[in-house]
Design a protein around this ligand. Structure first.
Ligand SMILES: Cc1cc2nc3c(=O)[nH]c(=O)nc-3n(C[C@H](O)[C@H](O)[C@H](O)COP(=O)(O)OP(=O)(O)OC[C@H]3O[C@@H](n4cnc5c(N)ncnc54)[C@H](O)[C@@H]3O)c2cc1C
Length: 251
């Protein structure tokens, strides 16, 4: 007979509370804060596999093939890679044959064998920002406050900057160095930063999943040119990594 799970509950009294409870945040819902935005049409396959990858483990590869995009990102274990691919309808449990087909049709032109599957899943991508980051003594941060496409890999980073920023202003207010009005700076600074990330990742997502052949060709030409112009390439890198938003972490 299955054991009845023990339910632990306790009441903690605090001057402020921070909802860092992810995209489906109960704190955000309980506070009645809207989460405006939508969901992209594409679904995504996500899988960790072992394979002999001809491009080595030193960098992330993104292929924008006519069949669709596929990302191959090395993991710390030898010959292990994370595969992310946009498809029309992702299977609930992608199999090794699904990943092999993706690599064959979208990857580099060479015989690559997917040796084993570690785990796999599928996901949809949302783009939403909380209408407010603060409701009285309650704050939202991380995915509870903003979600967007993983293109560019900025979701966790954006949440970490939220945490640094909010932590510092909460410390200033609690220690009496600043008055409570100072707390409004959190939403004032961090919401536009999240909106900017949504704009950039939305554009990247549109570029990566483009269907129109003329637009795809134009995109490929632009990317080739950018790749040959170091200042432009550097600017793109800074934007993608979020490092160009230096102001974001300052108070
Ligand atoms: C495929 C994919 C690839 C990604 N790649 C990157 C990347 O390369 N770089 C990057 O920066 N970001 C990336 N992200 C985004 C990143 O994973 C998220 O932005 C990040 O995990 C959000 O952190 P969080 O702590 O705000 O929320 P979560 O990671 O969702 O954590 C919320 C926590 O709250 C807990 N919780 C929820 N409700 C309750 C409750 N009622 N009671 C108690 N606990 C609760 C949950 O169990 C969970 O532990 C990616 C996301 C996806 C889907």
């Amino acid at each position: 007979m299955a054991a009845t799970p023990e339910i632990c509950s306790s009441i903690i009294q605090a001057r402020y509370a921070v909802g860092a409870d992810g995209m489906n945040s109960l704190v955000r819902q309980a506070a009645g804060i809207g989460f405006a935005g939508g969901t992209y049409e594409e679904s995504f396959i996500l899988a960790d596999v072992d394979m002999q990858w001809p491009l080595g483990q030193s960098g992330v590869s993104l292929f924008l093939s006519p069949e669709g995009m596929v990302v191959v990102a090395p993991l710390p274990q030898e010959n292990r890679y994370r595969i992310v691919a946009a498809v029309d309808v992702a299977p609930e449990h992608p199999q090794i044959a699904d990943i092999q087909a993706l690599i064959n049709t979208r990857g580099p032109e060479s015989d690559i064998e997917v040796l084993s599957m570690i785990w796999s899943s599928r996901f949809r991508v949302h783009h939403r920002v909380a209408e407010h980051y603060r409701e009285g003594r309650l704050f939202l941060m991380g995915d509870a406050a903003h979600v967007h496409s993983p293109a560019g890999g900025q979701g966790m980073n954006t949440g970490l900057v939220d945490a640094c920023f909010l932590g510092r202003i909460l410390a200033d207010v609690i220690s009496g160095r600043c008055d409570e009005r100072h707390l409004d700076r959190y939403e004032f600074k961090r919401k536009p930063a999240a909106e900017e990330v949504l704009r950039i990742t939305g554009r990247l997502m549109g570029m990566a999943t483009m269907q129109n052949i003329v637009k795809r060709r134009a995109r490929n030409i632009v990317l080739r040119i950018m790749n040959r112009l170091p200042p432009l390439k550097r600017k793109l890198e800074m934007n993608l990594s979020g490092l160009s938003r230096k102001y974001a972490a300052k108070i």
